[in-house]
Structure formats: structure tokens, C-alpha cells
Design a protein around this ligand. Sequence first.
Ligand SMILES: *Cc1c(COP(=O)(O)O)cnc(C)c1O
Length: 453
Amino acid sequence: MTAVPHAAARREHILKEAVRQGLLDPEQSPLAAFVDFDGVAATVRALHDAFPGAPELPGVTHTFAAKANCLGPVLRELERRGMGCEVATAGELARALAAGFPAGRIVFDSPAKTRAELERALSLGVTVNADSFQELERIAALLAVRPSASRIGVRLNCQVGGGSIAAMSTATNTSKFGVPLADPGNRERLLRAFAAYPWLTWVHTHTGSQGCPLDLMARGVAQAVEFAGQVTAAFGEGRVEGIDIGGGLPVNFADDEVTPTFADYVGQLRAHAPELFAGRYRVVTEFGRSVLAKNGFMAAYVEYTKSAGGRPIAVTHAGAQVATRTVFSPDAWPLRIEAYGPHGTAKEGRTVRQDIAGPACFAGDLLARDRALPPLAPGDLVVVPDTGAYYFSTPFHYNSLPEPAVHGVRTDAAGRVEFTLVRAAQDPWLLTDRDGVGEPLPAPAGAPAGRAR
Ligand SMILES: *Cc1c(COP(=O)(O)O)cnc(C)c1O
């Protein structure tokens, strides 16, 4: 159990500074997001500390799953902290390269890699995990023309079952990812692939994300380790150089406690897959949510309040555009909401049950329903913690809602808060050629002159 020291106090401190410095403003920037870079550094340290080194693990590379937060300054920070990067599309690969990750520390996982994408990855020396037998054949054809420095693995679906969120469960019997290990004939076919392809040297698995219990994840890894043992038995020691165990450590969205920890997971891996620690295999990990979620939050002003059918409703500027999963699937992705006054002081005392709504034009655009919070008033702020991964970093463009600014935060020993711009806010009045409307329109008189922050 690791409680983040004073996480709530830290959020309040950052919020007050953001209001004071004008990063949050009811007219100019009614919604903004924050990434706590000190918190990110501490999380990366905890990740590195949790996994043993030699002789148990002759080499460990922790990659960050870029889809969890693909913003350039975030990726650059993780690169500086010694992480690699797991990418699942050409766009994420481009971002990882632009952020400075060396090709040897990038892992390309996608079930739909085109020939051109594979060619690019192989020529750069990026690690490639093939998702299917067809992809292995395609890689073989490309390597016959031009050799590559890339490490190449094959993704296994260990078919150990799903967790509580179906969409996040990648090791069900019928998941779309990887080669299903228990399907008739597949083990033999995989062994034939290792016999035929000397360049195939890694085994990859990723059992699932949020909602998968730790022991399920560890049992998935155990299956991959067991298969690697079978390859070793057939073709000799060293034939499998390493095992990529994927990511998926769940995050606690209920309060500020960091649980489970990376160390908890390593304990489960030791229990279920002791062979992983026998000094035989290098290891790659691909954590996303557990690295960033608790190191980011959003803050939005309450624009109006009303009551409908006896239910108080606070209409805010944070909704489906930044909390897409929560809005469309509220039971699977509940988020905490905190109430603050206009200057960022936490509201206390009596609570009333109220809905926290977003700005989008559909009735389901709610961050929370029937939530007990101090009564909110126009001009108050709501904070949504635990949103550093898979929330504001990948906005949904419904209703032409603009992408909010994202600010990086560092705090020095004296408690001074320094903000850096991670992503500029989109200006809703600035249309681009990509919008297919030709020249940008001049803002009408009286419109805010660019939400440049
Ligand atoms: C999404 C994904 C991850 C990261 O999952 P988290 O739950 O964010 O840790 C890792 N590997 C693969 C292949 C993924 O698709």
C-alpha cells in the first residue's frame, strides 16, 4: 500500500496556482488539464524498483504504452526517465520517434500493420511483435528482401479469460489479439514458425487492461513463459531471448491510494511464473494507465446550475470530449469528482446529491450522476482526478468542442509551482483548411480573442 503523500493537498495547491496564474479562467479557459511531472518521475522510479535485475532478470526494458497519453512533452519526460515506448499505430510510432525514443527502445504492436508500416519499422530497427501467422509470413517476405536489426516477437493470446470490462479483456477465448495458444494446432504451428524463422526470438502477451485482476494477468504471463520453455526445449537455450509481458496494471479510481503497486504485480508474477525470474529471459513491459492515470487531473468551471425533477444539476465544461469512456460507459469507468470554490479552495461541509454534466449536446453527457458533493454554484470549479491516462490526452471531437490546454506541473522544494505548456488549447474560432471550410473566419466582435493558453 502506497498512499501518495497528500495527493489531495497537492491537487488543491496546483489548482489555486493555476487560477492565480490565469491558466484557468471562467471566460478564456474554462477547462484545463494538468500532468504532474514530479508524480510521473516517482511512478517511473517505483516501476524500475519493483523489477529485479540480474541474475534473476538479465535485462528489463519498461516501455510506456503511448495510447495512454501520447502528448509529446509527456513522452519526452518518460524517455528522459529511461523508459521505452510501446506504439500501436503509425501515428504513435511517429510521436515516439519525435519524442526522441531510440528505435531500439520502441515496440510496435498492432493487429493491422500494413506492409509499408512493417517496412518502415524494420528499416528503423524498431521491435515488432507480430499479431498473427499471416503477419509472420509478411515479415518473412520483407526480411528476404532486406535484413533488419529489429527484434521480432509473436503475440500470444494466452486465453486465460477476461476481467470485469469486456472491452479491456484481450485474453478471452475469442479476443482479436495475438495467436490463440490453446486453439487446436496452434502450438505446433508456432513451433514450426520458430523452426523456420531464425529471426523470431521474442514472445509477447498482454492479458488485458483495467478490470483484469492481477492473478489473471500473471497467469497469462505464466502461459507465455511456459510456451517459451517449450521453444527452448525444442530448439535449445537462448532460442527465446526475451518475453514481453505487456501492461495492464489496473488503477484505483476510488481514492488517492496507489493500489495495486508494481511490486504487488511482481509478487504475483513470482508466484505464477517463477521461470520468468530464472535468469533465462530478458523482459519488456508495456504499462500505460498505471504510469500516468494518477498523475493527471482536469479542472472545469461550473457555468450554470439548475434543478430538474428534483435533481440538482451542475453544468460544467468537462464532458464527453475529455471523459469519453466515462460518459459512454459510466458503470465501467466511474470517476471521482471534487468540488472547489472559484479560487481553487476545496468546498467542505454539507453535501447534496447532484448530477455533474458536461457541455455536449446529448443528455448522457454526464461526468457523474446523483453524486453527493457540496452544493455547486456557477463559477465554482470541479476537479476530476485520475485522468492522466486515456482521458484529456485523446479528446473526442464531438460538437466541435475544442481540445483543452494541458499543462505540465513541477513543484520545487519550497512549494513553488512551475507550469509548462504540454498542449495548447484549440481555439474554437480558428478553423483550419483541414476542416474543409477554406479560409479561417474572423472571430465575431465580442468573441474571446483566442484561447491561446
Ligand atoms: C493498451 C496496451 C497496453 C497498455 O495497457 P495499460 O492498461 O494502459 O497498461 C500494453 N500493451 C498493449 C499491447 C496494449 O494494447
